[in-house]
Design a protein. Structure first.
Ligand code: TMO
Length: 312
């Protein structure tokens, strides 16, 4: 018996530290930004961590500055790193040290200007979604505040700075189009609804995965994105957005302080459908972000439970 116990004991000692170590009781700090799927997913992931016995804390954060906050440890993770909007800030922080790539979601992404699909069906601007069609229909997209030009309703400036104003100029559309920044994502959805009601055209910034995938939204085809085509990367900016990835980032200590939570986080992969559902619970069903996350977790245990199970 004694021998058996000592053999068992030796076996335990031989297990790698990552299996033996308990997660720290210190909270895992999860950032919230200003679009619905990201906030819902924050509470979804927090709920998954809590189901594993971890403590979590949520902090509102700027969606560009967050990578520096992860690097210095104020924030633990980022769970929606959109290539087009945040790829550069993410890789800059990684290069400085302190941020790790915690894997890629199944969903592919696009963040681009576009029109509700009914604008194309009604042929309000013949030739769309090819961007060159815009040259002939500025009036279709004019608004009371656009000075006779067509308006591009861009998202909040915190998402991509002067990317779209630079693009309008670089494509030679500056005489005909002006970029206005929405105060928040809700202003984009309010404009979509108003345009539909009034039967007027509108060009807004939008993305996929999003709740609008289900309603019909068509992204404009701009000249293809290539590495270095943007002004911030040395180009002239006359290119569209990349068909991109959606990644997860973490502070480099997270795997050591919370090995079980980190392992689960590294396995988390949400699909276009998962992310569209998270956004729709708020933007269509008008739930709070917290309630949306609770509802999503309750309805999709088959999706998330496997992330928490060892030996996948
Ligand atoms: C980063 N976003 C999804 C709002 O384009």
């Amino acid at each position: 018996m004694k021998k058996l116990i000592s053999i068992l004991f030796a076996g335990l000692l031989a297990l790698p530290a990552s299996v033996m170590a308990e997660d720290s009781s210190k909270p895992i700090v999860i950032p919230t930004h200003n679009w619905s799927s990201q906030v819902v997913m924050a509470y979804v992931i927090g709920g998954i961590f809590e189901s594993m016995g971890n403590n979590v804390e949520y902090v509102p954060a700027d969606s560009q500055a967050v990578y520096e906050a992860i690097r210095n440890g104020d924030v633990t993770i980022s769970h929606e790193v959109w290539q087009s909007s945040f790829g550069k800030s993410f890789y800059n922080a990684m290069a400085k040290g302190g941020v790790i790539d915690a894997g890629t979601h199944a969903a592919m992404t696009l963040e681009e200007m576009g029109v509700p699909t009914w604008v194309i069906e009604k042929d309000l601007c013949p030739g769309l979604p090819n961007w060159e069609a815009l040259k002939n229909c500025k009036e279709v997209f004019a608004t009371p505040d656009s000075g006779g030009k067509g308006r591009w309703l861009e998202g909040p400036q915190s998402w991509h700075g002067d990317l779209m104003p630079v693009r309008v100029e670089a494509l030679g559309l500056g005489d005909d189009y002006v970029v206005k920044f929405a105060g928040g994502a809700d202003a984009l959805w309010a404009d979509l609804a108003a345009a539909k009601k009034e039967g007027r055209g509108t060009i807004i910034f939008n993305w996929t995965p999003n709740f609008t995938d289900a309603e019909g939204f068509t992204f404009i085809d701009f000249p293809e994105y290539t590495d270095g085509c943007r002004k911030a990367d040395g180009g002239d900016g006359s290119c569209g957005s990349p068909k991109g990835w959606l990644k997860k980032a973490a502070n480099y200590k997270f795997p050591k302080t919370h090995p079980a939570a980190y392992t689960a986080f590294s396995r988390m992969s949400f699909t276009t459908q998962d992310i569209g559902q998270m956004a729709a619970l708020v933007d269509i069903d008008k739930m709070s972000h917290e309630d949306a996350a609770k509802s999503w977790l309750a309805d999709h245990e088959d999706v998330w439970k496997p992330f928490t199970e060892a030996g996948m």
